[in-house]
Design a protein around this ligand. Structure first.
Ligand SMILES: Cc1ncc(COP(=O)(O)O)c(C=O)c1O
Length: 677
């Protein structure tokens, strides 16, 4: 297998023109690259690929002088340039390096190459997600993958950046990434993109023991020895893509549709989650199967890219493939997943939650939100020795709750009769129910806030009312927890419940939830039965610890508020522009804005929602009915979503005014199972 390292170089860098031939410690930057590339284990030849523009003649001359093969091709269609170079040198495997990484580590590149060869994949990299210092980037792919991409990639961004077509069409290509074994290095910046980077590199290389770094570890040692160097180059936050998503003129969902057919043969509903199924995303008109996510974006099996405003139905609060959470999981994986006794991780996480959440004197863990709300309800019943419950909001799939909705099939009447749904903000209704069944209510479990804001003092007065009746107040903070504030809605509103349930954001996607509350109530855990095989599963605990530590260390929650606010105010302006203020309303708080689509004489609520989901997907935004913002959503993501809104709202307004919205829908409007928000 002939392996060729192709160094992509050009003189016309926007931020630092001519950087690749600049002098760094007596050698051109490109010279550093060539010297390192030549000793990458497994690489047979090194070539420089530059453009055929006259501006790059200097590069070609440099190559000639230094006896390096230079292949020239299109300036902007770099994908074609690479394919041309690969054919010229008869490569079976191509390693793509960029010329602005003078500290590139030959042995890390060698490992990426081995990853491709040993695991027999089409594309290997060390950049998905970013865990290595910026400046050690390496991508390796087979010539077959390159030639296929050259033939099929149509978008300018796919042609300019060579590999997006391969790495984001994961149903076509097998893709693997080499994670950095050391923590926190994704915040290091060793690349050359600005004069400041050059100052950093110049000083850094002056400390090298030999003409080139022996490995990235030597660079780390130098940075430890000369900490002032960090003032130049440490990134505040790992960078994820800031370019707009690659959008096809007309996305196809053919593979999603075909996979649904296969899934439905063996999986009732074709999905594990109602809101991720064809009951929410219409088959053939929206995506149904995703391959991967990165930051605030996801890709589907048909190779379409989306800014994701679903974020896994809210657990993905930091973003996909978060370096800190992933590295905590990887580290824990070396120690075992489900051990035969408890681990210290449980206490470590419980202590963090106790320190962050006002009501949390004691904490227990479970796997999902339904576990946590069910445990809270059982505790309340045990503590008060009463059976009736009041509910307000959505609390999961279990009998005690779902029996109170219109989806009660399969729930015994005796169970249903014990759960009473109450209206939000209506103390009178709640009080009359408490009086009607005097002494029978164990408590009220509620989403402290969703679409509607609490009236002043509502939550506090509710707590007092419940306590007067010997009942408990329980907050279902499965969504609001670790999102509205470090201590959840209870901190945000300043009202401490007796018990609270957490889930979703706690694990950034790992299956973990928590029940927390007053010491005396939580003590009932000793006598009720709440116990499961996976309650202490360690990967999720390690992930949750990493999530909470990140929330404490970085401006995660302020960013959720800021991202949510930018979206909300942008959408408000667009609604005014298209005169749709009375059709689409934004409700709730900025970190979780809920869209209320209001039925019109020309279109039902369901038709509007189906139209909205289909059209937003067409414009590269995955959304159901809320802005589930995450920490990783970038400015470019938000701008992209607002541009999509602009186009979709324009079409909505046109279709409403022509009275054709329902007629223009490509499928029947989708009907939700029940509505609780
Ligand atoms: C407020 C609330 N409570 C409970 C649940 C149930 O959580 P899970 O689906 O993880 O069981 C959900 C899920 O969406 C929720 O939004």
């Amino acid at each position: 297998m002939r392996t060729v390292a192709v160094i992509q170089a050009r003189m016309s860098s926007t931020r630092l023109a001519g950087k690749v031939l600049m002098d760094l410690g007596g050698l051109a930057v490109l010279g550093w690259m060539v010297r390192a590339a030549r000793i990458i284990p497994g690489v047979d030849e090194v070539v420089v690929a530059t453009s055929d523009e006259s501006g790059d003649d200097a590069l070609a001359e440099w190559c000639k002088k230094e006896k390096v093969s230079c292949i020239r091709g299109s300036l902007n269609d770099v994908l074609a340039r690479f394919a041309f170079a690969a054919r010229q040198v008869n490569a079976d495997i191509i390693m793509r390096l960029t010329a602005d990484c003078p500290l590139i580590d030959p042995y890390v590149c060698g490992e990426v190459l081995q990853l491709l060869k040993r695991n027999k994949v089409d594309y290997a990299t060390n950049t998905m997600p970013r865990t290595w210092p910026d400046g050690l980037d390496c991508e390796v792919f087979t010539s077959a993958a390159l030639y296929r991409a050259e033939k099929e990639a149509t978008l300018p961004s796919q042609r300019e950046h060579v590999t997006p077509y391969i790495k984001h069409n994961q149903h076509l290509f097998k893709v693997q990434s080499l994670p950095c074994p050391l923590k926190g290095l994704s915040l290091e910046r060793w690349t050359l993109d600005s004069p400041r980077d050059m100052e950093f590199l110049k000083e850094l290389v002056s400390h090298l023991a030999a003409p080139r770094p022996s490995s990235y570890l030597e660079v780390l040692e130098i940075l430890e020895k000369y900490p002032h160097l960090r003032n130049y180059n440490t990134l505040a936050q790992a960078t994820v893509s800031t370019a707009p998503p690659a959008l096809k003129a007309m996305p196809s969902y053919a593979l999603s549709k075909a996979l649904l057919k296969m899934a439905e043969e063996v999986i009732p509903q074709g999905s594990q989650t109602f809101s991720k199924s064809a009951k929410t995303f219409p088959a053939g008109h929206a995506p149904l199967f995703l391959t991967h996510g990165e930051g605030g974006r996801v890709w589907d099996v048909d190779g379409n890219e989306y800014v994701d405003l679903v974020c896994g139905l809210l657990p993905v609060m930091l973003g996909y493939a978060d370096a800190d959470v992933d590295s905590a999981i990887r580290e824990q994986l070396n120690h075992g997943i489900s051990l035969s006794l408890a681990t210290e991780l449980e206490t470590q996480l419980a202590v963090r939650i106790r320190d962050m959440v006002p009501c949390a004197q004691k904490v227990r863990f479970a796997k999902n939100g339904s576990d946590a709300t069910a445990a809270a309800v059982r505790l309340a019943r045990a503590y008060t020795k009463r059976e009736r419950m009041m509910v307000c909001g959505y609390h999961g799939w279990q009998d005690w709750y779902i029996g109170s909705t219109s989806r009660f099939k399969g729930i015994p009447t005796a169970v249903r009769e014990l759960t009473h749904s109450v209206p939000y903000n209506d103390l009178t209704a709640i009080e009359s129910l408490l009086l009607k069944h005097k002494g029978e209510f164990a408590g009220l479990i509620m989403e402290p806030v969703n679409a509607t804001m609490p009236q002043p003092e509502f939550l506090q007065n509710l707590k007092e009312l419940l306590h007067q009746h010997g009942a408990l107040l329980m907050f279902d903070e499965v969504i609001t927890g670790f999102r509205l504030a470090k201590g959840g809605a209870q901190e945000y509103f300043g009202v401490t419940p007796d018990l609270a349930a957490f889930g979703k954001a706690l694990g950034n996607g790992m299956p973990i939830s928590a029940i927390a509350g007053r010491d005396d109530v939580m003590r009932e855990m000793e006598d009720i039965f709440f116990s499961g095989t996976f309650g202490g599963e360690t990967l999720s605990l390690a992930a949750a610890i990493a999530v909470l530590d990140k929330i404490q260390r970085e401006p995660v929650i302020p960013t959720l508020w800021a991202n949510g606010k930018k979206l909300r105010s942008g959408v408000d302006a667009l609604l005014a522009k298209h005169h749709l203020e009375k059709v689409v309303m934004q409700k709730g708080l900025d970190p979780w804005v809920i869209l209320d689509l209001v039925a019109q004489p020309q279109a039902t609520k369901e038709a509007l929602k189906t139209f909205f989901i289909i059209e937003m997907a067409k414009h590269g935004v995955l959304i159901i009915g809320s802005h589930n913002v995450c920490y990783a959503h970038s400015e470019a993501d938000i701008l992209h979503v607002l541009n999509a809104y602009d186009a979709v709202l324009r079409k909505m307004a046109e279709n409403l005014s022509s009275g054709e919205l329902e007629k223009c829908l490509p499928c029947a409007p989708l009907i939700p199972p029940f509505v609780v928000r």
